[in-house]
Design a protein around this ligand. Structure first.
Ligand code: NAP
Length: 290
């Protein structure tokens, strides 16, 4: 059988979002006499993190956002890192703060992330922003789940009423994804390591989001005919190839629409980060968000 599903082109939609951001950044600069600013903090030299950080900084340059690089050694002390966050919170040139995760062992990521001013929390991970999303009044929204929603909207998908299954329940993808889908009017099931029958939960879903971090975890044969499949997973195989969490070839024969890996939610995540930075910059400039 050959692939029948529509490929959801995250790269193309991300380019569109970045175009919007570029226009908004130019308008912001004309109005305020400075570019919107994003501080990108990396602690240590984890190679995967370095790749992400480089592409985020490059994306800032391309869209007219000023990027402030803060590269700290893996052994940086808790006090020094907290002091940097406090400085960035107070810096009027900085509209968004991105703390690249994971942080090295020994640093309490929750403590550091909770110190970021929620108005500058462009990752949307601060409990205040997660709480606002849970209460149906989203402000800064976690980038990957927000990217799924934007991608679905760009393809004209009607989400209201769909039975959706999210595989993965992390704070950065699975949980906020469930909240986004609930906000969009889906009936949502969230799966995790305690789920008894993962296959059954996926089989009845009209929309599936996979965010586990294990190649082939979601079998193609589980996908309901015509379902929309969003594969957030990024896994590197032994041969160095990037693959998602869904068995792509078999899933694409059954799905109505599916995201590729790479070229799906990866570029969308960065685009939504830039978009959040403009939202934060505009809200701070207008004195909103307290
Ligand atoms: P994570 O924190 O490790 O969470 C993984 C989740 O999967 C957990 O909720 C875990 O359940 C669940 N899980 C693990 N094994 C399972 C199983 N056998 N059955 C059902 N659920 C299972 O990972 P994450 O940070 O959410 O990231 C997930 C993937 O997305 C990774 O590949 C990551 O690289 C990728 N990612 C991509 C982007 C992007 O830009 N595209 C952004 C972020 C992350 P428990 O809660 O019970 O432990």
């Amino acid at each position: 059988m050959t692939q029948t599903a529509t490929l959801l082109d995250g790269k193309a939609v991300a380019a569109k979002v970045r175009g919007e951001v570029k226009e908004r950044a130019a308008a912001f600069a004309a109005r305020h006499g400075r570019a919107p600013g994003l501080a990108v903090v990396q602690v240590g030299t984890d190679p995967a993190s370095s790749v992400y950080v480089r592409s985020k900084r490059k994306a800032c340059e391309e869209t007219g956002i000023r990027s402030f690089a803060h590269d700290l050694p893996a052994g940086v002390g808790r006090g020094e890192l907290l002091a940097l966050v406090v400085r960035l919170n107070a810096d009027p040139a900085v509209d968004g703060i991105l703390m690249q995760l994971p942080l090295p062992a020994g640093l309490d990521a929750n403590e550091i992330m909770d110190t970021i001013d929620p108005r500058k929390d462009v990752d949307g991970f601060h409990p205040q922003n997660t709480g606002l999303l849970a209460q149906k009044r989203p402000r800064l929204r976690p980038c990957t789940p927000f990217g799924v929603i934007r991608l679905a909207q760009e393809y004209g998908m009607k989400l209201r009423g769909l039975r959706a299954t999210v595989v993965g329940a992390s704070n950065i993808v699975g949980r906020p994804m469930a909240l986004e889908l609930l906000l969009a009017g889906c009936t949502v099931t969230v799966c995790h390591t305690g789920t008894r029958d993962l296959a059954a939960e996926v089989e009845r879903a009209e929309l599936v989001v996979a965010a586990v971090g294990r190649p082939g975890m979601v079998r193609g044969g589980w996908i309901r005919e015509g379902a929309s499949v969003f594969d957030v997973g990024i896994n590197r195989t032994e041969s160095g190839k990037l693959v998602g969490d869904v068995e792509f070839e078999t899933a694409a024969q059954r799905a109505g629409a599916i995201t590729p890996v790479p070229g799906g939610l990866g570029p969308m995540t960065i685009a939504m980060l830039l978009s959040n930075t403009l939202d934060a910059a505009d809200a701070i400039a207008q004195g909103r968000g307290r």
